[in-house]
Design a protein around this ligand. Sequence first.
Ligand SMILES: *Cc1c(COP(=O)(O)O)cnc(C)c1O
Length: 388
Amino acid sequence: MNQKLKDTIKDIVQSGTATPFYFYDTELLRATLEAAVKAYQKYGFVVHYALKANSHHEVLKMTRHYLQGADCVSGNEVQRAVDAGFDPGGIVFAGVGKSDAEIDLALRNDIFCFNCESEQELEVIQERALIQCKKARIALRINPGVDAQTHHYITTGLEENKFGINMWELESITEKLKHLPNLQLTGLHFHIGSQITRLDPFKSLCLRVNEISDWFVSKHIPIQHINVGGGLGINYHHPDQEAIPDFEAYFQLFHRFLQLRPGQQLHFELGRAIVGQCGSLVSKVLYIKKGLKTNFAILDAGMTELIRPALYQSYHSIENISKNDQQLLPYDVVGPICESSDCFGKAVFLPATSRGDIVVIRSTGAYGEVMASHYNLRDTAPSIFAKD
Ligand SMILES: *Cc1c(COP(=O)(O)O)cnc(C)c1O
């Protein structure tokens, strides 16, 4: 972490803010959004911000100035996006289990499109749309059978996953759509997973999408937009060296390999790549405890503030910003929660660490605060935005 941010965080702690808290680097968020816009605008793509990565009001307020749309996975997210000022006409709504109330809310708001994940869901949206005398725009979320080569809990594009409609169902679903007058098929949707750090799964996706669009052409079913979802990963190991993901390479790949038909628009849904690097979880060391092989550094932050390491064995870079020693020692950095999985990192090399030191866990802007829980009756950690 650069010295300026360290100083800002130390000032916040010294001025009496209790740890743990989420710290957001607004300047980096803005720079990331600018880089993303610069990279996709030249191709005329549309990017929806995936609210589930971070739905904080401040994040949304800034994001909506740069990205045209929002990607929501619950009725409350649709409402939050509308409240934050996103144009409802740019909202897409995905999720395998949309309730009737959530569908009604989205219909009332005339969202851009429902990304539909099963045959029965189509029937329910038809029923709800009929009641409101509306025509619901829908995209079929198709399972492309592309392996995202990421952690199995965040792989979503394989037939064994619960998401999406499988290829072998397409024939009967498109037939069925002819008898659902309140639905208008406008798009195809794909999302193969998250934290994808190599470009080849995205290339495989493009090639698969081309074949699938050929199928729709052969059936004379017009498709206005193709939505390839999100999943672009960030560098958790080197958050300073690669603070902004390589949006250029990512969007260029789709431009190169995905064949759009005349008039067709290409949409994306990015979450982590936009907000991941701008957040850090700031905590203090409560205790140092001697273990068999390493010492434990016990923090006042735990899996209740950041569950990713416990949930997906994910790596986060951890820094002690109170000390500058050159000599480093291994610590198991753990939280206070009564679970053995409440561990942020094993054998993490830190300067000789003591009670009261400030420890920051990096790259927590996405899937950090939004996954917080009250387990052990813990308080809600506040979020603090650095002024830029
Ligand atoms: C989670 C999700 C996204 C965003 O994924 P990131 O990896 O954060 O970019 C996009 N689309 C859908 C349907 C999702 O479920």
